[in-house]
Design a binder for this molecule. Structure first.
Ligand code: HMG
Length: 387
């Protein structure tokens, strides 16, 4: 029996910042952002979109196409948690009207959180093949105005349904994990924005990739040439590009070409959305599935990295007919519906979103009909509504 991804849903908020305009406002050469970092736009969440509402919106992309009664596990990976105690997934469970018998909780290890959830969910379904699980990654990447990390911000969520005999990607039980207690990126409890040792974080990312990819190959006897695609956590697209260069080093031209083309396809959405922390690797997967040239049984390698730090490499195989489970037109429409905001407007919305909204004041969302949003707090209890 095979286990893996049967559905994949994506949501990103309805506003974006143009990277050329941001570079000009910061006095930088736009090519640094467009080429050096590899980002064209970044999605922006106002006060009314948080990890919960984005997670609901991502899951609703497929919820009416599957039998939700089989779901008895809901895991949410996020580092943008809305409460120090209550799991963000409980709000999501309520909005999705999942059964009270569902086991649900939130996981945190920086950007690795969704992969941790995926691994637990796959093992769970291997033991309970009649059941299925939802795993959500949902995050707001925030470094602060005028910081060197600013160009690598973003907002969005990816949700996947894990089940037996999946329609998109089977996930093998082999994996290679590596961890180390380091300080490359973190967010203290009293800080709404991340602190980062940027250059160091990029070095550790590449080091963890080299280690886990080599270890995976040693364990499984798989060669680089066996992969149709290698995809990566993309804090910014140049980061994945650098890892991919390491992977294809000393390979034949045809293999280099194949893995570079598939990498480019995997980076299309992240280039426009920015870093969405936990969900970034799975946005790369969606982008590859919808913009690449995959065929049934193709092997796809996935590298997950979470600062702090935890890395993991694993692989999946493409299922015949996988395109029937996707909706690239809708994903494109989701990106294209976003309104560009000026840098001044972005700065205003950014600062506003960092503040705790006043209690008992209802927030109004300018999202389209059908989307969920955070409507403020009533007696300190968070309220979520659907437009
Ligand atoms: P920086 O100091 O602003 O940029 O920081 P730089 O000076 O290193 O330049 C960046 C690149 O642009 C360089 O290319 C320059 O040469 C190039 P590279 O040498 O790297 O190939 N460049 C130009 N290219 C074309 N035309 C020009 C031009 N000028 C310069 N005119 C940094 C960049 C990424 C460090 C910063 O944005 C940052 O700190 N970002 C946040 C941290 C981050 O994303 N780290 C990634 C690894 S850690 C990770 O992935 C985990 C994470 O997602 C968090 C989690 O796990 O939760 C972050």
């Amino acid at each position: 029996m095979q286990v893996g991804i049967d559905r994949i849903g994506f949501y990103t908020p309805n506003k974006y910042v143009d990277m050329t305009e941001l570079a000009q406002a910061r006095g930088d050469d736009p090519n640094k952002y467009l080429i050096g970092i590899g980002q064209s736009q970044m999605s922006l969440a106002d006060q009314t979109q948080d990890a919960v509402s984005m997670g609901i919106n991502a899951t609703l992309r497929y919820a009416n196409q599957v039998d939700m009664k089989t779901v008895d596990l809901l895991i949410m990976g996020t580092e943008s948690g809305v409460d120090q105690s209550k799991s963000a997934s409980l709000f999501v469970k309520s909005a999705l009207k999942l059964s009270p018998e569902v086991r649900t909780f939130e996981i945190k290890e920086a950007c690795f959180g969704m992969t941790a959830g995926m691994m637990i969910a796959c093992d769970y379904v291997r033991l309970h093949p009649q059941r299925s699980a939802i795993v959500i990654g949902s995050d707001l990447a925030r470094y602060g105005l005028g910081t060197s990390g600013e160009v690598t911000q973003g907002a969005g969520s990816v949700s996947v349904l894990i089940k037996a005999n999946p329609g998109i990607l089977t996930i093998g039980a082999d994996h290679s994990a590596y961890s180390s207690d380091i300080n490359d990126f973190w967010r203290p409890n009293d800080s709404p924005v991340a602190l980062v040792d940027g250059k160091y974080s990029t070095e550790v990312y590449l080091d963890f990739f080299k280690r886990t990819f080599a270890d995976y190959q040693g364990q499984t006897q798989k060669q680089t040439s066996d992969f149709a695609a290698l995809i990566y956590h993309l804090p910014f697209t140049k980061m994945g590009y650098k890892a991919n260069r390491l992977a294809v080093d000393q390979q034949d031209t045809a293999i280099v070409q194949r893995l570079e083309q598939s990498f480019t396809a995997s980076a299309v959405y992240s280039r426009e959305v920015g870093n969405i922390y936990t969900a970034s690797l799975y946005l790369s997967l969606l982008s590859l599935l919808e913009n690449g040239q995959l065929k049934a049984d193709n092997l796809v390698g996935l590298f997950s990295y979470g600062s702090g730090a935890m890395g993991e490499f694993y692989a999946g195989q493409v299922v015949a007919g996988y395109t029937d489970h996707l909706n690239p037109e809708k994903d494109l429409a989701l990106l294209q519906r976003r309104q560009k905001v000026s840098v001044a407007e972005y700065e205003h919305l950014f600062n506003e979103a960092l503040r705790q909204p006043e209690d008992n004041v209802e927030l109004v969302s300018d999202e389209e009909e059908g989307y969920w949003y955070f409507a403020g707090c009533k007696d300190h209890v968070r309220q979520y509504k659907q437009k």
